[in-house]
Each structure stands twice: as C-alpha cells, then as structure tokens.
Design a protein around this ligand. Structure first.
Ligand code: PBG
Length: 340
C-alpha cells in the first residue's frame, strides 16, 4: 500500500556516496605507492629465495635477488626499503659481535642495493637481535637477567656509523634503549655523516605480533621461543602517555622521523603521536598483522585485497605519513592497476 509519508531532510549525507567518482572526490585519505617502505630479508649465499612460512609471499633473498627486488620496487614507485639480515647461527654470539663486522651481510646488502637502485632510500635497523644467540636487542647484564642499556648503546652507535659508511640514508634504532638516538646522532656527526638521518622506532611496543618476523630473521629460534620477552625495554601495550614521552625524548635527541610499531592494533597511538610532534610519523604494519590477514584469507574468511587496502588506509587515516609494510609491492601493483 502506497504511503503519502515523506521524510523531509535538509542533509542527506548519502548524496556524496552515490557513485565511485563522487566518493573519490570526497575521499579524505588516499594510498599511494610513495607512502610505503618495503621491509626485505636478506641471507648469505647464492640460493633461491627462501619462503618465510608464516608470511606468504615474503622470502629471504640472497644479495643479488635482493638488489633485483629493490629495482622492481623502485619501478613501482615504492621509495624506500628497510633491510633485515638473517644470519647463519655460526655468526651469532652472546654479545652480537657480528654487528661490528665491517663486512657483515647487511652492509654488503646495502652496498648492492645502493648500486642497483641509487635513488632508493635505504634503511637499516640498529639493534643487536640478528647477531645475538639469545635474540635480545642488546648485550646482557652481568646477571644475564636484563639487557645492559649503556653498554648496548655503545655498540649501537658504532653499528650506526658502519651503516652510514655503507651508504644508508636512514639508520633506524629499533632497540628501545634509553639515550640511543642522541648517542647515534653524536657518533654520526663526529664521523662526518651529518646527512645520514635517524628514523627512530620511538613507540615500539612489546608485542606478540612480531612472531613471524622472528622466524624470518631467526632471532626466535636462537632464543628457543617465539615469545621472547622484551618487556624491560619495549613499551607495555597498556600505555599511551609513555609512548608520547618516548617520542618527545627521541625528538629532543635528534630523531628525524618517529615511528609507532605495531600499527594496526595501535592506531590511537599513531593519532596521539601525530598530534604530539611536527616530525614525520612512520608506522610499521608488522609481520603478525600481515600474517593475520593472509591466514584468514587462506581460510576463505577474509578478502585479501580488500583487507590489505583497508588496513593500510586505516593506518594512514590515523596519521601515519609513511608505512612499513610487507604488502608494499602488492599494494603498489594494485594501485597502479586501479589507475589503469
Ligand atoms: C628487531 C626488530 C623486530 C622487528 C623489527 N625490528 C622484532 C623484535 O623487536 O623482536 C619486528 C618487525 C615485524 O614483526 O614485522 N629489533
């Protein structure tokens, strides 16, 4: 039965959602390949890429393949890569000596990537976890029940100078030791590397979402558990204010870019950080976030492409200027295809 009832409305927000073109016009946030930093894993030798079981589509590359991958990323418009070495267990020790070997894997990888793709921004982690048998980010205290802050920082500043010498654009302290950003800035400047920047993992939380990464670099295997406890240096998931304190300290010590990590479960922190600093803000969509989406898609429970895009858009909307993501290449390809 037809009704004469009419809903009289001045505002009908659905007008701006009617067609894809109108929706594009009013989009407040967009994704671009230029937003992404691709994390890449490197191994020694000449072997074929080694797939990382818990990260479908991600592999550890030998240096030649890594350089090729970097060139492909650059061609797709991805401006930066972050390199992570997976060291043979024989090269690890209790104090992470390998980190100060001037010819260690990641430094050779940096030189190869810089040669193959000179314009690409190359980033390396400053932390000892790939080099220690216990998988911690620093050297242990005499009692072996904690990471020794100041001794670790002394190693990290030397490590950062080696990375700068190899040609990285940004060193990325991911260790969460107190005072490391200032010490690294001082060491870089003293060695003449005033143009090498610091991308600080400022608000890095002690997270279970790093599990697949630890498989990829072998830091979990070394420690015998994927739940390696880093709570005495990484932030507690419960704390928002403390994250801002860390960001402010890193900024005052000379960080050029600050980072929040993980990203998806910490969108409130990304927003807080965006409002607390004028520095560029990076967010790291970590291995577990990537694995989660892939796993659900494999089960047929989530749509991979749409969840991938939505997860990244949410991180950008929260306030990230750049996103470290294992989806970088696939997302850059998808964005290119969508543009036609
Ligand atoms: C090491 C480091 C970690 C990640 C980046 N650098 C792991 C950790 O702190 O144990 C995690 C990245 C990811 O999960 O994708 N300092």
């Amino acid at each position: 039965m037809a009704s004469s009832w009419k809903l009289e409305l001045t505002r009908r927000p659905r007008r701006l959602r009617r067609t894809p073109a109108i929706r594009a016009l009013v989009a407040e946030t967009t994704l671009d390949a230029g937003d992404f930093i691709a994390p890449l894993f490197v191994v020694d030798g000449r072997g074929a890429p080694e797939p990382v079981g818990s990260m479908p589509g991600v592999a550890r590359y030998n240096i030649d393949d890594l350089a090729r991958e970097a060139v492909e990323l650059q061609a797709l418009g991805v401006p930066a890569v972050a390199l992570f070495p997976c060291l043979d267990a024989s090269l690890k020790d209790d104090v992470g000596s390998g980190a100060l070997d001037a010819n260690t894997l990641v430094l050779r990888a940096v030189r190869a990537v810089k040669k193959a793709a000179p314009g690409l921004v190359v980033i390396t982690d400053v932390a000892l976890d790939p080099y220690t048998t216990h998988g911690h980010d620093g050297v242990l205290t005499a009692g072996r029940d904690d990471v020794d802050n100041d001794r670790t920082v002394d190693v990290l500043r030397k490590m950062a100078v080696l990375q700068a010498e190899a040609g990285v654009d940004l060193v990325a302290p991911s260790d969460m030791m107190d005072g490391r950003v200032g010490a690294i800035r001082g060491a870089l400047d003293a060695a003449g590397f005033t143009n090498t920047g610091i991308l600080a993992y400022s608000a890095k939380f002690a997270s279970a979402y790093y599990g697949p990464f630890r498989e990829a670099v072998g830091s979990a295997k070394a420690a015998g558990t994927t739940l390696l406890d880093k709570h005495t240096y990484q932030l507690t998931a419960a704390n928002r204010r403390e994250a801002i304190t860390e960001v402010q300290l890193d900024e005052s010590e000379g960080a050029d870019i600050v980072m929040v990590k993980p990203a998806g479960p910490y969108l409130d922190i990304i927003r807080d950080v965006r409002e607390a600093t004028r520095l560029p803000v990076a967010a790291y969509q970590v291995s577990g976030e990537y694995a989660q989406i892939h796993a659900a898609a494999r089960m047929g429970w989530l749509d991979l492409e749409r969840c991938r895009a939505e997860s990244l858009l949410a991180i950008k909307r929260a306030g990230a200027d750049m996103i470290l993501t294992y989806f970088a290449k696939d997302m850059a390809k998808a964005l290119r295809a969508a543009r036609g």
